[in-house]
Design a protein around this ligand. Sequence first.
Ligand SMILES: NC(=O)c1ccc[n+]([C@@H]2O[C@H](COP(=O)([O-])OP(=O)(O)OC[C@H]3O[C@@H](n4cnc5c(N)ncnc54)[C@H](OP(=O)(O)O)[C@@H]3O)[C@@H](O)[C@H]2O)c1
Length: 276
Amino acid sequence: MTILITGATGKVGRRVAAGLHDLGVPFRVAGRASTPPFDWTDDSTWGPVLDGVRSAFVVPLDGAQLTRPFLAAAAGRGVRRIVLLSGRGVDVPDYLPPDVMAGNVHVDGEAALRSSPVDWTILRPGWFAQNFSEGFFRDAVLAGDLRLPAGDGATSFVDAGDIAAVAVAALTEHGHAGQTYELSGPRALTMAEAAAEISAAGREVRYTHVPHDDFVRELVDQGWSKADAEGHAISVSPVRRGIEAYLSDGVERALGRPARDFRDVVRDAAEAGAWA
Ligand SMILES: NC(=O)c1ccc[n+]([C@@H]2O[C@H](COP(=O)([O-])OP(=O)(O)OC[C@H]3O[C@@H](n4cnc5c(N)ncnc54)[C@H](OP(=O)(O)O)[C@@H]3O)[C@@H](O)[C@H]2O)c1
């Protein structure tokens, strides 16, 4: 019996695989380039990766309501424990506009998992600190100008390593079933403060607030579709409105230690050559 990791090449899944490897726990990675391959959008690939699996770490595919049928397939094949990566804000009615919330994969994914027969743990991280070094802000950091419609709103960025550590604990230890862990870092930073931390770590970058409509126009000029540009701008709006600034205690609750600070995360990223 093994542990399945979806999203295993991503920011969190890669760290979950490393954590299980360090513990000597058998696991199977599942992605479009794995053997056997796993593609969220092709359910004929689901069965082979679920064979012989007792526990699974599930990283949903954003924009596709596929978590529910995948969880059903997993339970049907004998998976007993599932740790689901969700996101903070799913239970906040005005976190995003109603039509966006209605299409949020994590809302339905969480509901499906809570009513499934498996032992479940839900991880609800806020914004990842690694968005700057491995995710959708990396190009802006490399360009030296983080241009966002975020105003002076603050975000309690969480380390993807902490998210993965909680996932590994939930996959391998007793005592995490039925828990929903909201995960943040230990302090909130404005985008200007985040840029200053990255600069202090060795990669010079400034933050420029760009009004929503100008931001969308800039992205469209760069070749984005209008819909994607709007979606990206809207996803930043909770930061501007200040509702991403609160702290969550999930890392401490699950691991019995404090969450890692943004400063330490970006220092490690710089040392690892994230912006080289
Ligand atoms: N970034 C944030 O600040 C943030 C905050 C809260 C929640 N989240 C949630 O975190 C999740 C993303 O996690 P992440 O950032 O660790 O991932 P990521 O770095 O964006 O990587 C995406 C992963 O999804 C896999 N993938 C993409 N398309 C796939 C497909 N068609 N079939 C199978 N696998 C596919 C990729 O694997 P292959 O390429 O190997 O197939 C890759 O491992 C999302 O659900 C998002 O809502 C993110």
